[in-house]
Design a binder for this molecule. Structure first.
Ligand SMILES: [Ca+2]
Ligand SMILES: [Ca+2]
Length: 350
């Protein structure tokens, strides 16, 4: 199923761009077979953060179900709720105002959480109507799950809520604890391979040749001491998740992404992101035409700084997704016409 939108058009402009892209790819990537396409700083968000609990307090929260409401503790970028009484259908509702969350544009709900006892959780659009929920599995360890409340469980329904609610347990028991790292909405199904959104939690990534690696304030930070690597995170299905999204700040040269199954990384399966300039940049890599991008256990490695020592970096996330918003190649070629190109893009987005 084609999930990329908008679809690239064919025509003289496209062919011209392809010719330029292939020439640049051959020059920078040192590869004639790899065909991932890099888009830098497109500026089209694919993810909305509902809560990631980085602040010491939060508002617009309503508790339904057992009374008294659960006690909330916010610490290190995570929120824990402890229930002191049992009861049916505990619910945590975020009412951030009418129209806050566009469930039609961002239909995928993604949560990372753990429970003191494994029991089914749910996420709902709010106010909810029948069918607008997704069942999430019980989890004793901090794990990420995602689902589309409008297309699973029940027959597809039209999104009409603009809030978010989640049910941490089907029934609360005295002493139940639910701890959430984040709650996000995605345009396409997405895996947060590394969000680094809970203090001290590297989410299984190793950091060889990096000194002072630390996770805080939703960033993985460190200083390169040589061949710096952030590797390799959870494996995922490359046949479904064909796009990698990265947000990175570095002052070093030529950040590089490797990919492969089985943990082997070679130069032939790598792409350079370009030189860092001390500012944040987003990198969207389209692997949909890459012949080596397949298999059920794909992993990636990011070298935030290639060569050289003592370059610092800040890494916000590495995500894999089934689709991404990408301007039509013809729009990029037309960028020389300024406003016309932007108008084209905006119209496509509506
Ligand atoms: Ca968090
Ligand atoms: Ca982050």
């Amino acid at each position: 199923m084609e999930t990329r939108y908008p679809r690239p058009s064919s025509g003289p402009h496209t062919l011209k761009l392809l010719a330029v892209t292939c020439c640049l790819a051959g020059f920078f990537h040192h590869s004639v077979t790899a065909t991932p396409v890099l888009h830098t700083d497109i500026g089209i968000p694919n993810t909305v953060i509902v809560r990631n609990y980085l602040n010491g307090s939060e508002g617009n929260i309503v508790y339904q179900g057992p009374t008294p409401a659960p006690g909330q503790t916010l610490s290190g970028g995570a929120s824990s709720w402890t229930y002191s009484t049992g009861g049916g259908d505990p619910q945590i509702v975020y009412n951030d105002g009418a129209g806050t969350y566009d469930h039609a544009t961002y239909p995928w709900v993604r949560m990372r959480y753990q429970q003191n006892r494994a029991a089914q959780a749910q996420a709902w659009e709010n106010p909810a109507q029948g069918g607008e929920f997704i069942n999430f599995p019980g989890s004793l360890s901090m794990s990420e799950v995602s689902g589309n409340p409008d297309s699973t469980v029940n027959a597809p329904v039209t999104p009409d809520g603009s809030g978010i609610r989640f049910d941490p347990f089907p029934n609360a028991v005295d002493g139940d604890v639910f701890t959430a790292d984040y709650l996000m909405l995605d345009r396409f199904q997405t895996i947060g391979l590394g969000e680094w959104d809970r203090a001290g939690d590297q989410q299984g990534w190793a950091t060889p040749n990096i000194s002072g690696a630390s996770v805080a304030n939703s960033l993985l930070r460190g200083t390169s001491t040589g061949d710096s690597q952030v590797t390799s995170g959870p494996g995922f299905d490359a046949d479904s998740f064909k796009y990698i999204q990265i947000r990175l700040k570095t002052s070093g040269s030529l950040a590089q992404v490797f990919w492969g199954t089985g943990g082997a990384y070679v130069a032939e399966r790598s792409i350079n992101l370009g030189n860092g300039d001390g500012e944040y940049h987003t990198y969207l890599i389209d692997f949909s035409n890459e012949p080596t991008w397949n298999g059920a256990n794909m992993t990636v490695r990011l070298d935030p700084v290639s060569g050289g020592a003592a370059n610092t970096f800040e890494l916000d996330y590495i995500r894999a997704s089934t689709g991404a918003m990408i301007p039509e190649p013809s729009s990029v070629v037309l960028l020389g016409l300024g406003g016309l190109a932007l108008l084209t893009l905006r119209r496509r987005l509506m």
